[in-house]
Design a binder for this molecule. Structure first.
Ligand code: HXC
Length: 516
């Protein structure tokens, strides 16, 4: 065979590999409203930037006639490409090849890109669409999963890992996304569960559909397993690109700075009037975030889960920041189990990847009651406390209104190594709110008075005057400055600039033992 013929053969082989499981299965994939693995990658990365690896890999199984069912590349497409010119490694399971089920060789392909990503320090994006372990391969498929999980674990905190769930992701396969930093799911076409509806029915007698058991809405609202749900794959792939724009390549680098077109000293007069006179009246924390960050652009993470706390990415003077903010509009912004877990994981992500934290505080306390205590709110609340306390990235905190008791401490207070802690004049930093305090301190006095209601009001007033302000904390240096709300953007940006060279190192240890 001459050289030209050999080249022609290569071109033909490549074309064959690119067809995955063949035209018919591609049509079936499209009929379900899904793209193929290669189509997904083409949308995800910069045009023409994808370099595919291991296109000629085939599985090695001979059981159950598998030797006659071979596909070039097997059930996953792997390689690297760029997003906005920045390198990423990708694996996308190909459902058209034996349902994207994981074989030994598929696992080797996935591990290879993960190893490459670790070697060069670039993120890994995994697109999941698979029937799980390839049944014909038995324990080899299981071993393959374990190899992937082990790499997920070692890569955690070193390179960002993002999982897109664009189809089935069942059984132990769910643990790879669970180990990564961010998971997004397509609505109606994806699901994640450990055991499917049939097993559930057999074991517990419960009748449940795939969607009810592990659809995008379940995991973004109830379980919190996934961070984002998207209407379709195009939105999902665009979201991955957007999310990635806020992240660094690895834990030794900083997130890319974007040119800031929003004046850094932009005054927001609306913030001087945003806090209602009635302390129990809510306002929308999103209005504050929007007014403070560059161009009002905020990528909310976990938006439908534990809405009493808001987390997400924004930029301040072009620098990527992680925002954590209590939401007084939802459950009065109280901290509970879910909110603590949600925010703690986010704080730890930001800390691992050198993304400064901006915390906006308006928190009445932890949610009381047996439901929370039996669920272990002490341990879960401690996660957030731990996360802030161990974080060494720049931490700028602004207290807008309430900041009571334990929740005051947890929300990045000065003693948890908050670097710059500001408060608005409306801040109330105290052990508890006036209602509770007056009743605890003066219960007998109030009960015995001629007019208990009046007596209570007077004591509340006295307590409010003494404690429910920022100056008491400022007097001790627990608050670095009391600022005009409309200046918040400028003050936070200036604080972050000041902290750019911050260096803080925690004591050496094998690893910590945070309250899991
Ligand atoms: C081998 C598989 C497969 C699997 C799908 N296929 N899953 N082959 N091993 N796990 C094959 C099908 O036989 C079919 O082949 C093709 O992929 C497409 O699948 P369909 O069933 O036609 O597609 P659909 O109707 O869309 O159903 C998708 C599905 C279903 C719901 C995922 O295929 C299914 O239930 N698969 C089995 C899921 C499962 O039990 N997996 C093992 C879980 S245990 P043809 O040739 O007909 O096109 C596990 C343990 C992991 O994963 C532990 C890790 C620690």
């Amino acid at each position: 065979m001459g050289q030209l013929e050999k080249v022609k053969e290569l071109i033909e082989l490549r074309a064959k590999a690119r067809l995955g499981g063949g035209e018919k299965r591609i049509e079936a994939q499209h009929a379900k409203g899904k793209y193929t693995a290669r189509e997904r990658i083409a949308i995800l990365v910069d045009e023409g930037s994808f370099e595919e690896f291991d296109m000629f890999v085939e599985h090695r199984s001979t059981n159950f006639g598998m030797d006659k069912q071979k596909f070039l590349g097997d059930g996953v497409v792997t390689g690297c490409g760029t997003i906005d010119g920045r390198l990423v490694y990708i694996f996308a399971q190909d459902f058209t090849v034996i349902g994207g089920s994981l074989s030994e060789t598929m696992a080797l392909k996935i591990c290879k890109v993960m190893d490459m990503a670790m070697k060069v320090g670039a993120p890994v994006i995994g697109i999941n669409d698979s029937g799980g372990a390839r049944i014909q391969e038995g324990v080899n498929a299981l071993a393959g999963y374990a190899e992937i999980f082990q790499r997920n674990i070692l890569a955690s905190g070193v390179i960002p890992q993002i999982s897109g769930i664009f189809g089935p992701c069942a059984g132990g396969a769910v643990y790879s996304p669970a180990l990564t930093d961010f998971t997004l799911m397509t609505e109606g076409t994806s699901y994640m569960f450990l055991t499917g509806p049939k097993v559930v029915k057999t074991v517990t007698g419960e009748d449940v559909t795939q969607e009810e058991l592990g659809g995008a809405s379940v995991h973004t609202t109830k379980s919190g397993v996934a961070h984002f749900s998207v209407a379709n794959e195009d939105d999902g792939l665009a979201l991955i690109r957007h999310l990635y724009s806020f992240l660094p390549q690895n834990n030794m680098e900083e997130a890319p700075r974007k040119e800031c077109t929003d004046p850094i000293a932009r005054m927001e007069d609306s913030l001087n009037e945003i806090i209602p006179d009635n302390p129990n009246k809510p306002y929308d924390m999103f209005d504050v975030i929007g007014a403070v960050v560059d161009n009002g652009e905020f990528l909310e993470v976990h938006g439908n889960y534990a809405k009493n706390i808001i987390i997400g990415f924004a930029r301040m003077n072009g620098q990527s920041v992680g925002v954590v903010a209590n939401q007084p509009k939802y459950l009065a912004g109280v901290l509970d189990i879910n909110a603590s877990r949600k925010a703690a994981r986010f704080v730890r992500f930001c800390d691992a990847f050198n993304i400064p934290l901006v915390t906006l505080v308006d928190v009445p306390g932890f949610l009381p009651g047996t439901g929370q205590e039996y669920g272990g709110v002490i341990t879960h609340g401690a996660k957030l406390l731990y996360a802030y306390g161990e974080a060494t990235v720049p931490k700028v905190t602004v207290t807008l209104r309430k900041s009571y008791g334990g929740s005051h401490i947890v929300m990045s207070c000065k003693q948890l190594r908050g670097d710059i802690n500001y408060a608005w004049p409306t801040a109330e930093i105290a052990v508890m709110g006036a209602d509770g305090a007056a009743e605890v301190l003066y219960a007998k006095e109030i009960k015995d008075s001629a007019n208990p209601a009046e007596a209570l009001a007077a004591k509340k007033e006295e307590y409010n005057k003494l404690f429910c302000n920022p100056f008491n904390a400022a007097r001790y240096g627990y608050i670095d400055d009391v600022i005009e709300p409309r200046n918040t953007r400028f003050r936070v940006i200036r604080a972050l600039e000041q902290l750019r060279t911050k260096k803080q190192v925690n004591p050496a240890k094998k690893h910590d033992n945070l309250p899991l």
